[in-house]
Design a protein around this ligand. Structure first.
Ligand SMILES: Cc1ncc(COP(=O)(O)O)c(C=O)c1O
Length: 443
């Protein structure tokens, strides 16, 4: 009998006891290929000795020092690396322990920036439907994931949600991708004008939407128009790269592919690769300077920010990625993954759309390819897929509510950056077997 208040209160979970590269191993010795990196976390795989040695070395020196009293060399080194990789987008990094904390920190930094600039009337955030920004109250308030919000709706903050950029579902007949992108980006301007030209603090969006819709990149030109609108009204742009950042798309920062730079970005999962709990909020020079030259103090802080052991793990993860040129591997394995997925599933009667970027792939499931009608929620397709996959020794990340928080299903794949050719083959093979087993039950 477990005394843990688990996520799922009815399920008996296998006990994880070991890891080896792209595999996790349970207490019975069963091996699972980690095709989703948990939730896009374990980018350099499990039991990576380079990372573990770096953590041990740091523990031998110093495990923890409160950031109200000290900085540490290891956290400074990590910050320097992250800033240098941003090629001028950011000047400073604020370390935290999880994605939701990073997002809340960005919201507070953005609000304080407005106050420092004398624009105290700015009070609203605009974000998108079908997005996820975390489970703490404020992060959930801006998130557009209906089923995650439902129970807590009465205690959430004001939400201002515009449409996602979801071409597969919402691009109209006769509309080009570019026209569609402009149409949905222009919703931002309309909402700013509705709320009041000088009332909006920031627009928050995942550069590539993760868990809610399944690896959904925006159409070309969308984020450029978003940036223009933000600049026109003095609204900050906060990009949530908690899931899609740190190399997942093949670039350190996913916005590199969009031709825009945000004012703030949040990173987490791949930052520490699961070796320690670490996240960060990255701030542009304009934003940082306004706070520094204004009140000179960001009104924030948590006990574990800038944790030296977490910084050591994260620095080692990033060094390992650089040393082994893993972003090149992400691009190469991405080509292989999408070629295999398209070859296997493009003509499959229940696969409506295959999308994504880098080693971040979304597979949207439909009951009818022509009408794009989804399977009913009552099928619990997401649960069935996850359980069947686990039985088959593969971890995938399926979800329900793809279309609007209620209808639709998708599978998210996010294999480790270290995956080799055979491992990607194994992922697609096991996924294919899983899909056939599940569809034979519900099809
Ligand atoms: C895009 C995005 N933002 C925020 C979060 C929240 O991160 P955490 O679970 O570390 O609080 C997640 C987690 O899945 C995420 O995918």
């Amino acid at each position: 009998m477990s005394h843990i208040f688990h996520r799922n209160l009815t399920k008996i979970l296998p006990i994880a006891v070991g890891g080896e590269g792209v595999y996790l191993i349970d207490k019975k010795g069963k091996r699972y290929i980690d095709a989703s990196c948990g939730a896009a976390v374990s980018c350099v795989g499990h039991n990576n000795s380079f990372v573990i040695d770096a953590m041990k070395h740091q523990l031998d020196q110093l495990a923890y020092a409160h950031t109200g009293f000290f900085t540490t060399e290891i956290a400074e080194q990590l910050a320097e690396l992250l800033i240098s990789k941003s090629r001028g987008a950011f000047a400073k990094v604020y370390f935290l322990s999880g994605g939701s904390e990073a997002l809340e920190t960005a919201m507070k930094m953005a609000r304080q920036y407005c106050v420092e600039c004398g624009e105290t009337e700015r009070q609203f955030f605009i974000s998108r439907k079908q997005s996820y920004h975390g489970n703490t109250i404020s992060a959930l308030s801006v998130g557009g994931n209906m089923w995650r919000r439902q129970v807590y709706e009465p205690i959430l903050g004001t939400a201002n949600h515009i449409s996602p950029c979801y071409a597969y579902r919402d691009q109209q007949v006769g509309e080009t991708e570019e026209q569609y992108g402009l149409r949905v980006a222009n919703e931002l301007e309309e909402r700013i004008l509705q709320l009041g030209k000088t009332k909006v603090i920031a627009f928050i969006a995942e550069t590539v939407v993760g868990a809610t819709v399944g690896a959904l990149p925006a159409v070309p030109g969308y984020f450029k128009r978003v940036r223009e609108v933000c600049d026109k009204y003095g609204v900050l742009l906060i990009l949530d790269e908690i899931m899609c950042g740190m190399g997942r798309t093949g670039k350190t920062y996913a916005f590199e592919d969009e031709g825009v730079q945000p004012d703030l970005a949040c990173i987490a999962k791949g930052l520490g690769g699961g070796y320690q709990a670490i996240s960060a909020t990255l701030a542009s020079d304009r934003l940082f300077s306004a706070i520094k030259e204004g009140s000179g103090n960001f009104q924030h802080g948590h006990t574990y920010i800038g944790h030296p052991t977490a910084a050591a793990a994260s620095l080692a993860v990033q060094q390992y990625i650089d040393k082994h040129n893993l972003l090149l591997n992400v691009s190469e394995r991405s080509k292989q993954l999408f070629t295999l997925l398209n070859a296997r599933f493009n003509n499959h009667p229940y696969i409506g759309n295959i999308r994504g970027r880098g080693l971040f792939a979304g597979i949207e499931i439909v009951k009818d390819k022509e009408s794009k009608e989804p399977f009913s929620a009552a099928t619990k397709l997401d649960v069935l897929l996850k359980n069947t996959a686990m039985d088959n020794g593969i971890m995938i990340y399926p979800n329900a509510g793809t279309i609007d928080g209620k209808r639709g299903h998708h599978i998210l794949l996010a294999p480790p950056f270290i995956s080799n050719k055979n491992e990607i083959d194994e992922i697609v093979e096991k996924l294919s077997i899983t899909l056939e087993q599940v569809f034979s039950k519900i099809g």
